[in-house]
Design a protein around this ligand. Structure first.
Ligand SMILES: Nc1ncnc2c1ncn2[C@@H]1O[C@H](COP(=O)(O)OP(=O)(O)O)[C@@H](O)[C@H]1O
Ligand SMILES: Nc1ncnc2c1ncn2[C@H]1C[C@H](O)[C@@H](COP(=O)(O)OP(=O)(O)O)O1
Ligand SMILES: [Mg+2]
Length: 195
């Protein structure tokens, strides 16, 4: 099964809650036709299905905690396989959330070609999430859960960036670069390579 993903081009998209991961991914999809898989969206789809597992996931997400690694990795892998025949590459948005998730992904699927680090100030993230919460209907877009998600981001997810900096695959997108990120040659050269 994993054979289907043997040569897959993989881009991890990492950043704090509300940093703009989903927004930047949409831009990349429009330009490069990559397959966008958001771990949060996959989990919310499971919740929406009303399954027993969905109920357990909902309770964890509402508290701003991480769901079990195996659950999210299995979902991502399944979604990747489903698109393997048509995909030019994958944007894995919201994963890894901790170094261990990155290690497991590499063992079970493959190594990332690039990690896009979407950077924003805590103050900006909180402001955006409070605004998003007015219409998103998301159980975790409220003040209390946002604070927990931010704390967890700095504690568990930021180390992921340092971990991948060692192999020089991190590209940072920040306020100054996001508007013209598609023009950055370092990103273009990696993204436009055919798988
Ligand atoms: N560059 C930006 N400037 C202003 N608002 C933004 C920007 N990027 C994203 N947003 C807004 O911030 C919120 C969070 O963005 P989203 O892409 O959902 O982030 P994430 O997937 O990282 O949580 C959304 O409401 C989005 O419209
Ligand atoms: N890779 C992962 N591991 C564990 N839990 C995850 C996960 N990705 C998402 N979740 C769970 C916990 C998150 O607080 C919640 C929402 O994630 P998300 O939609 O990626 O949020 P955001 O886009 O605001 O950063 O789903
Ligand atoms: Mg998102």
């Amino acid at each position: 099964m994993t054979d289907k993903l043997k040569d897959a081009k993989i881009v991890f998209v990492v950043g704090g809650p509300g940093s703009g991961k989903g927004t930047q991914c949409e831009k990349i999809v429009a330009k490069y036709g990559y397959t966008h898989l958001s771990s949060g969206d996959l989990l919310r789809a499971e919740v929406a299905s009303g399954s027993e597992r969905g109920k357990q996931l909902q309770a964890i997400m509402q508290k701003g905690e991480l769901v079990p690694l195996d659950t999210v990795l299995d979902m991502i892998k399944e979604a990747m396989i489903a698109k393997a025949d048509v995909s030019k590459g994958y944007l894995i948005d919201g994963y890894p959330r901790e170094v261990k998730q990155g290690e497991e992904f590499e063992k079970k699927i493959g190594a990332p070609a690039l990690l896009l680090y979407v950077d924003a100030k805590a103050e900006t993230m909180v402001k955006r999430l409070m605004k998003r919460g007015e219409t998103s209907g998301r159980a975790d877009d409220n003040e209390e859960t946002i604070k927990k998600r931010l704390d967890l981001y700095y504690k568990a997810t930021e180390p992921v960036i340092a971990y991948y900096e060692k192999c020089s695959i991190v590209r940072k997108v920040s306020r100054n670069t996001e508007r013209n990120m598609m023009l950055q040659s370092n990103m273009t050269s990696v993204l436009s390579l055919t798988p």
